[in-house]
Design a protein around this ligand. Structure first.
Ligand code: GTP
Ligand code: MG
Length: 259
């Protein structure tokens, strides 16, 4: 049976099906007229806010695609390996609001939560990160809200990445709206470490001694990965220097279109 076919028996057998008490609670509270009316009147503004964040992601992604296109065409450089974007899930948003005690209204969400829209730019070499960040920030419709350089100052876990919170305008039918976007810049190597380390965090039941040994091991891996990044950057710099000092002869001298 394929994954997306509904199997009523499996649904019945689910370990986490509701107890009679839970079922009563859901019927009386979450399915009450008052609550359903509340959902109806409140979901539209939330859906709209999330749509604005998706638009902001499109704007920022396009800016990076334009930069990558320019550099790959003009300079034969492809500084961006890939771009991964996401809008924060509603449950993770609610958890953050609970954790940071954010008032339950949309204005407070927009004001206080900076990472609802997230764009992760995976670069080839460490210096590409700073070049791209600079190019983004030089654009006159981008406002820098905050900058955290975890490459110069890695987190205690070993995490490395450059984080910018920026504001970017989106143009709607009748208004222009500035939206916040979190941009994370990483090299492929930094992303490799962060992705695997993130997966390992789901194991929470380790005894403290063991957890410390493994955290030390992960930090050591991050340091080795950083050394690799620096070695690759050095190789690239040496190739660039050689190419600058030994420019290629144009194939057809005097023919400007082909030079
Ligand atoms: P959050 O409330 O988690 O967003 O923290 P914050 O607002 O202080 O932001 P921070 O600068 O800590 O960066 C948050 C994001 O960076 C996380 O959502 C992760 O994507 C990433 N991040 C930060 N620290 C780590 C880490 O130790 N490991 C991994 N894998 N990712 C990290
Ligand atoms: Mg976050």
């Amino acid at each position: 049976m394929s994954d997306n076919q509904f199997d009523p028996q499996a649904f019945e057998d689910m370990e986490y099906s509701l107890t009679p008490y839970q079922e009563d609670f859901v019927r009386e509270n979450l399915m009450s007229d008052e609550f359903l009316d509340f959902v109806e009147t409140n979901t539209k503004p939330i859906d709209l806010l999330f749509a604005y964040y998706r638009c902001a992601i499109m704007e920022v992604e396009t800016k990076f695609k334009v930069l990558d296109e320019e550099l790959s065409t003009e300079l034969e450089r492809n500084p961006i390996e890939s771009i991964k974007s996401r809008v924060k899930s509603v449950d993770s948003l609610l958890r953050k609001m609970r954790r940071k005690n954010i008032p339950l209204n949309l204005a407070a969400i927009e004001e206080n939560i900076n990472d609802i829209a997230g764009v992760r730019v995976i670069c080839s070499f460490p210096n590409d990160i700073y070049d791209l960040a600079e190019s983004l920030l030089a654009q006159d419709d981008i406002t820098l809200i905050s900058r955290k350089d975890y490459i110069k100052d890695p987190k205690p876990s070993g995490y490395r990445s450059l984080h910018l919170i920026v504001e970017v305008p989106i143009f709607l039918k009748n208004e222009k709206r500035n939206m916040k976007v979190e941009v994370q810049f990483r090299t492929i190597a930094m992303d490799f470490w962060a992705s695997l380390e993130h997966k390992l965090h789901y194991k929470h039941d380790l005894p403290p001694e063991k957890a410390k040994v493994l955290a030390d091991e992960l930090r050591d891996c991050a340091e080795q990965i950083d050394l690799l990044d620096m070695r690759m950057q050095k190789v690239k710099d040496e190739i660039d220097t050689y190419n600058e000092e030994n420019p290629k002869e144009p194939p057809f001298p005097g023919f400007p279109l082909l030079t």
